[in-house]
Design a binder for this molecule. Structure first.
Ligand code: SF4
Length: 401
C-alpha cells in the first residue's frame, strides 16, 4: 500500500459535508485538523433509525463459524457496554466534542445485561469464541461484575475486558471471581504529566499502576498494557514503557503493546504526521533492548509479537496504519445501543436491538448475525487514504476499540 503521506497532509482542507449518514458524527464537518470545538448537536436525534438492511443468510454446512466475503471467520465479538467514560483521551473522546453539552444514550436505548448476554449466546452459535467487554469505560457500567458472571456462564468463550484502570483496583477481585479470564489496561505514559494531559481529566498515573498491581495480585496474569503512541506527545516514553514492563528473567510479567495512532471516528484530529510507524517503534526498542519477531499466538492476533533476545519477556505492536491486518480480521462489534458493526472504521451498522425488542426468536437473530457477517467485505486499513481518513465514521468510544 503506497500512500504518499507527506503531500496528503498538506492537502487536508476543511471539506464540505459529504452525503453520508451523520449517525454519531454530530452533524459536523469532518476533517483531520485539531478536534472540533463547536457545540454538539443533541445526539439522540441522530441515533434513531438508519441501520443497514440485514442481508439474508446463506445456509452453511452446520456447526462451522460463518465466513465473510474474504473467507474470514467470525471469532471475536467486542461489546461496548456503555458510551460513557470518565477520561477524555484526546485520541478517542476529545473534551472539545465530548463536553458538558454531550448527551449520552438515554438508559432506554442501552442494551440490558440480559439482551447483551442473549446476543453473545446467539453469536457463539455463529462461531464466536472470544468476547471482549469495552466502552467507553466498561467499569463505569453499574453491576459490570454481574454481566461478567452472566457471560462467563456461556460455554466455550474466552472472556476479556479493556479498561482505563481508573476503577480497576477496587473491582479486580470481583471481576476475577465473576469469571473474567483476561484484562487489557490502557496506559499511554509513565510520565505523570504526559499521562494526565493525554487522559485530559488530570487522572494520576500512579493510580493506574497500583490498579495493575492489584489485578495481578487478584490472579490476572500477563495483563496487556495498551499504549497509543502519538508523535511529539508520548513517543519519548516508548523505551521507558518497554523497560518498565519488561519482566525479570523466568517470570511472566505483563505485556505492553504499542498502538499506532489511528483515524478512528471523526473527532480526534488525526494526521499521518502524528503517527509513529511500528517499525520505528521496534527499531527504537531494539537499539536499547535487543529483540526479534515472535510467532503469533493464533490466527487473527491483532498485535505483532516481539520477544527480547535475553529471553525475558515480549512486547507487541499494533499497526493498523502502516501494516494493515484486515486479511485475518475476525472481529465484529456490538454498540452500546445494540447495533452490530463489522469494522472499527465503519460508517453504518445493523440494528439488532429492534429484533430483540420486538420479540424475534434466537434462530432469526442467529441468521441475522450470520447474514451480516457473510456479506462483510471490510478492509478499511488496506484502503486508507487521506480521503477515507476524512470519512465520517462511528466513534470508537461507542463501539469499543
Ligand atoms: S480496519 Fe476493519 S477490517 Fe481491517 S482489521 Fe480493522 S476492524 Fe478489521
Amino acid at each position: 500500500m503506497n500512500l504518499t503521506w507527506v503531500n496528503v497532509k498538506a492537502f487536508i482542507p476543511r471539506l464540505p459535508l459529504s452525503p453520508v449518514s451523520d449517525r454519531y458524527t454530530f452533524g459536523m464537518p469532518v476533517n483531520t485538523s485539531p478536534p472540533i470545538t463547536q457545540s454538539v448537536i443533541p445526539i439522540t436525534d441522530l441515533r434513531r433509525g438508519d441501520g443497514l438492511p440485514i442481508p439474508k443468510m446463506r445456509e452453511t454446512s452446520g456447526g462451522t463459524s460463518v465466513q465473510d466475503q474474504r473467507g474470514r471467520q467470525l471469532r471475536d465479538l467486542r461489546i461496548s457496554v456503555t458510551d460513557r467514560c470518565n477520561f477524555r483521551c484526546t485520541y478517542c473522546m476529545p473534551k472539545e466534542v465530548f463536553d458538558n453539552n454531550y448527551r449520552y444514550l438515554p438508559h432506554s436505548e442501552v442494551l440490558s445485561f440480559e439482551e447483551i448476554t442473549r446476543v453473545a449466546r446467539i453469536a457463539v452459535t455463529q462461531g464466536v469464541t472470544k468476547i471482549r467487554l469495552t466502552g467507553g469505560e466498561p467499569l463505569m457500567r453499574r453491576g459490570i461484575e454481574d454481566l461478567v458472571a452472566m457471560l462467563a456462564a456461556i460455554p466455550g468463550i474466552d472472556l476479556t475486558l479493556t479498561t482505563n484502570g481508573s476503577a480497576l483496583k477496587a473491582k479486580a477481585g470481583a471481576l476475577k471471581a465473576a469469571g473474567l479470564n483476561r484484562l487489557t489496561v490502557s496506559l499511554d505514559s509513565l510520565d505523570d504529566k504526559v499521562f494526565r494531559a493525554m487522559n485530559d481529566v488530570d487522572f494520576p498515573v500512579a493510580k493506574v499502576l497500583a490498579a495493575i498491581d492489584a489485578a495481578n495480585a487478584a490472579g490476572f496474569e500477563q495483563i496487556k498494557i495498551n499504549m497509543v503512541v502519538k508523535r511529539g506527545v508520548n513517543d519519548h516514553q516508548i523505551i521507558d514503557m518497554a523497560k518498565f514492563f519488561k519482566p525479570a528473567p523466568g517470570t511472566l510479567g505483563n505485556i505492553v503493546r504499542f498502538i499506532e495512532f489511528m483515524d478512528v471516528g471523526s473527532t480526534n484530529g488525526w494526521q499521518m504526521g502524528d503517527v509513529v510507524p511500528s517499525q520505528e517503534v521496534v527499531n527504537r526498542i531494539h537499539a536499547a533492548l535487543p529483540c526479534e519477531p515472535a510467532n503469533p499466538n493464533h490466527v487473527g492476533e491483532v498485535a505483532k509479537r516481539w520477544k527480547y533476545l535475553d529471553g525475558a519477556g515480549e512486547f507487541g505492536v499494533i499497526s493498523s496504519v502502516t501494516a494493515a491486518f484486515c486479511g485475518t480480521c475476525t472481529r465484529a462489534r456490538l454498540s452500546t445501543d445494540g447495533f452490530l458493526y463489522t469494522c472499527l472504521f465503519a460508517q453504518h451498522g445493523y440494528d439488532l436491538k429492534s429484533l430483540l425488542r420486538r420479540g424475534e426468536d434466537d434462530t432469526l437473530i442467529a441468521k441475522a448475525i450470520g447474514g451480516i457477517w457473510q456479506a462483510r467485505q471490510d478492509n478499511y486499513s488496506e484502503v486508507r487514504t487521506a480521503e477515507t481518513a476524512r470519512q465520517r465514521k462511528i466513534e470508537m468510544s461507542f463501539i469499543g476499540g
